[in-house]
Design a protein around this ligand. Structure first.
Ligand code: TYD
Length: 227
């Protein structure tokens, strides 16, 4: 890739954290802030984001699929991701769009790796194969401890019906491991991660995200104020 290609390429920003941390809310606010300053944004999510990916998502979420084995789960997430990167994310980035994605490969390492105990090196190899090596420019982690995550989920379940999907059937020790995984990954690459306390008010989180994205845009050669 030449220098000019790199400068014209859009930014790839992902949001991570436990279910109920507020990723969807913050993604929507960030997308609006970017669009308001004239940046073209492609907002998406995993698993899903493409027609094929959304069908894979249905298989992963189906409460009837209790017999699903960990390797099957890993490969379905990877299949959804491969389609997503090839069909949507990479072309959008090459067209200069900023991509804001609710979860990406770091979810696989945190949930399937640290959470379910699948070998991390195997997951990294599968991820490399699925993504062709594409990695986010910035991973925003909405950090929440296990008890707060469980409490938010319980409230959500009460308002939306009992269990939302198969992947929701997990306990506090699982979330502890997932959280440990996220924090370990963030610690290893502080330049690529922004860790935020998900208990902070929505507006404060949004401001912190805008400040960091602002810096990223400036480093990337796009100047001007977000927000
Ligand atoms: P979703 O309904 O999108 O939940 P959330 O609002 O928390 O993102 O379901 C996604 C679930 O799939 C969530 O529990 C996290 C899990 N997941 C993995 O276990 N591995 C992965 O690679 C991805 C992308 C998601």
């Amino acid at each position: 890739m030449t220098r000019t290609d790199a400068a014209n390429r859009g930014l790839f920003i992902t949001l991570e954290g436990p279910d109920g941390a507020g990723k969807t809310t913050q993604a929507a606010l960030l997308v609006r802030a970017l669009q308001e300053r004239g940046i073209s944004v492609n907002e998406t999510r995993e698993p899903g984001g493409t027609r094929i990916g959304e069908r894979i998502r249905d298989i992963l979420h189906d409460l009837g699929h209790q017999e699903m084995l960990s390797p099957t789960e890993v490969l379905l997430f990877a299949a959804s991701r491969a389609q997503h990167v090839g069909e949507r994310i990479q072309p959008a980035l090459e067209a200069g769009q900023t991509v804001v994605c609710d979860r990406f490969a770091e979810s696989t390492l945190a949930y399937q790796g640290y959470g379910r105990g699948v070998d991390l090196d195997a997951l990294r190899r599968i991820t490399q194969f699925a993504t062709g090596g594409l990695r986010p420019d910035l991973v925003i982690l909405l950090d929440l401890d296990a008890s707060a995550a469980m409490e938010r989920r319980r409230r959500d379940e009460q308002s939306n019906g009992i269990l939302r999907n198969r992947l929701d059937r997990l306990d506090a020790s699982f979330y502890d491991q997932v959280r440990r995984g996220y924090l370990e990954m963030a610690d290893q690459e502080p330049d690529r991660w922004l860790i935020l306390d998900a208990m902070l008010p929505i507006a404060m989180l949004h401001q912190a995200i805008c400040e960091r994205v602002e810096k990223l845009l400036a480093d990337h050669g796009t100047v001007g104020d977000l927000d």
